[in-house]
Design a protein around this ligand. Structure first.
Ligand code: DX5
Ligand code: ZN
Length: 216
């Protein structure tokens, strides 16, 4: 499968989101990645349901929601109601991960589990077959525009091996510090989905930048 590109709205212009969403609609972006933060799980607050709810009226791109919040299980209904395709919860935020994953799938969404940079991939051994996606953080979550952590490439390879060994079907998504150089190496290592925030939105021509990421 060719890899997918999911620009992160976190780096968009929040005073003119409509313009950036229209740009994404015209681009080759496969999904829109939405970073929801609570100021507790991560040291930052982004946006919440009012923004998420408006999106499904404005785009036909798949919504990929990355919850950087404690107790994400509380909001499965709200996330589903927003028309989300992929709901990603952090491994580190879920005591009863298997239950949360089941609740996500019960609402017809696809379930993703996100790992912080320090969380070993092999902790997913007993749940990988239940997952539609694993989101590997290649920066510490909370902020856009950070430097890519090199060790993430090794994690992509270990995850790919785990997926093959377990005969699982989870996609591998990588988030943080993605540009043309890191993106190329990630795709070569086995990544299926590249998230990119700052690299897309700070470029002169975001549509072209998305095209370049798609063409890696
Ligand atoms: C960080 C977020 C990312 C962020 C990526 O906590 O999860 O999705 O927007 O930003 P860049 O691509 O700028 O590193
Ligand atoms: Zn994210």
């Amino acid at each position: 499968m060719n890899h997918l590109v999911a620009p992160s709205l976190l780096s968009a212009n929040f005073l003119n989101l409509e313009k950036d969403i229209e740009m994404l609609n015209r681009s080759e972006a496969d999904w829109i990645h939405l970073d929801i933060m609570d100021g507790v799980f991560v040291p930052n607050i982004s946006f919440g349901f009012p923004v998420l709810d408006l999106l499904k009226e404005r785009t036909s791109k798949s919504l990929d929601v990355h919850l950087m919040i404690v107790q994400p299980e509380k909001f499965v209904d709200e996330i589903a109601a927003a028309g989300t395709e992929y709901m990603n919860v952090h491994y580190e935020a879920c005591t009863h991960l298997h239950r949360v994953v089941s609740e996500i799938k019960k609402r017809g969404m696809k379930a993703g589990v996100t790992l912080n940079p320090h969380t070993p991939v092999l902790l997913l051994e007993d749940i990988i077959r239940d997952l539609d996606m694993v989101l590997l953080m290649s920066v510490n979550p909370g902020f856009g525009g950070q430097k890519f952590i090199e060790h993430s490439l090794e994690k992509v390879k270990v995850l790919k091996e785990l997926i093959l060994r377990k005969n699982a079907r989870a996609l591998i998504e990588v988030d943080g510090g993605v540009n043309l150089e890191t993106g190329k190496r990630l795709v070569e290592a086995g990544a299926d989905v590249l998230v990119a925030g700052n690299f897309v939105f700070s470029s002169q021509d975001p549509i072209h930048t998305i095209h370049q990421l798609k063409s890696l």
